[in-house]
Design a protein around this ligand. Structure first.
Ligand SMILES: *Cc1c(COP(=O)(O)O)cnc(C)c1O
Length: 375
């Protein structure tokens, strides 16, 4: 049986044309037409005027924090329930993450715990420098509540929409709500450039500074002149060509990911102790990057690990949910507000294969195997 991967790349027919043109024109470097085109495509899709294509989502997070003035000794509010890259970028700045628990509806940052943290940090004498929001698995966080708190405490928002390209809150694309937003085009994401990322902002000065920092922070002079530390974070014009082909497919890919989630929900219905989750709240349009399920230990003896192992025997890849960062050895010293909600999600959850290139036969094979694991 062929292996079914969790979320492999899914290329279309036009990526090769853009690559071909770049090679034919001998324009593989430096920045070039594909990079401009890719940035314009992202800006148009997200509805944010400025976009800077970068070598990874992690690089975009790092630059995003620097743009918001985060530096050594600062604190940054961040969900515990996310991929490590979100918080690694905080460490790159010499800052400390202040972790916030999830809420049970969308699994994203809990507004109540955030409020508690803000009041507590203020009482301790120093407010965090930035609020880093994540839309996990492409499900919008509770934006009205979270943004109202950020505004009340005058804290700028960086939106980690690495998993959320194409998702919306009340018809507005995710990534466009913060002062800065970021996306990832890593190989497992909904669209990929093999590796890549992007930063978006409505502020032309921030976009200019992002480009400057991403290209070694060169001062305007004919020779190489530098006044501050810079980075080599630009995406190559070749990879941007793949990105242009991929961006043409965004609406299709989101539609298919959502179909896959709904297919699983229908075909795994009625299994005791298993639920496809989280549900989509009214106003939210999730991209369903990964289909996730929760098991109820009161209703089934199966665990995420027993299901994962059974799937593995049929050559099907699945993964536990992100392990909360406050439970990671890397972050034992970081402050944490709450923690029980995301710890419980981690203990009970599993990601199912969600790649858009899967056939209906693949889906049937997966559902049958999950069913076997539950009885
Ligand atoms: C994938 C991901 C990133 C990092 O993106 P890369 O392009 O892999 O560096 C950051 N945050 C979240 C939530 C992610 O899922």
């Amino acid at each position: 049986m062929d292996r079914i991967y969790l979320s492999p790349p899914h290329l279309g027919r036009h990526e090769l044309n853009y690559l071909h043109k770049a090679v034919e024109d001998n324009w593989v470097a430096p920045v070039g037409p594909n990079l401009d085109g890719f940035e314009a495509d992202i800006s148009a899709a997200v509805g944010v005027p400025h976009c800077v294509a970068l070598s990874s989502g992690t690089a975009a997070l790092h630059l995003g924090l620097l743009l918001l003035g985060v530096g050594p000794g600062d604190e940054v509010l961040c969900p515990s329930f996310t991929f490590v890259a979100t918080a690694n970028a905080i460490l790159y700045c010499g800052a400390t993450p202040v972790f916030i628990d999830s809420e049970a509806d969308t699994w994203n940052m809990c507004p109540e715990r955030l409020h508690e943290a803000l009041a507590d940090r203020q009482r301790l004498g120093k407010l965090p420098k930035a609020l880093l929001l994540v839309h996990l698995y492409g499900m919008p966080a509770k934006l009205p509540e979270l943004l109202a708190l950020a505004a009340e405490y005058a804290i700028p928002v960086l939106e980690d929409a690495a998993e959320a390209l194409g998702a919306c809150w009340q018809k507005q694309p995710l990534g466009s709500f913060g002062r800065v937003g970021i996306f990832s085009f890593n190989g497992n994401k909904i669209l990929t450039t093999s590796g890549g990322g992007a930063l978006v902002t409505a502020d032309p000065e921030l976009a200019r500074r992002a480009r400057y920092l991403a290209t070694q922070a060169k001062d305007p002079a004919p020779h190489y002149q530098h006044s501050e530390v810079g980075f080599n974070y630009r995406l190559s014009n070749l990879l941007a060509g793949i990105g242009r082909g991929q961006m043409e497919l965004l609406p299709d890919r989101v539609k298919r990911r959502r179909e896959i989630f709904n297919w699983y929900r229908e075909h795994l219905a009625g299994l005791p102790g298993l639920a496809l989750a989280p549900a989509e709240p009214s106003g939210a349009y999730a991209n369903r990057w990964l289909t996730t399920l929760l098991l109820d230990p009161a209703a089934t003896a199966a665990t995420p690990e027993s299901v994962r192992r059974h799937l593995e025997t049929r050559n099907i890849e699945s993964r536990p949910l992100w392990k909360p960062l406050h439970l990671q050895p890397l972050f034992t010293e970081a402050p944490m507000y709450g923690g029980a909600v995301c710890a419980d999600l981690f203990a009970r959850g599993l990601c199912l294969p969600s790649g858009t290139a899967m056939s209906d036969d693949d889906l049937r094979r997966i559902a049958k195997t999950v069913r076997e694991a539950l009885v």
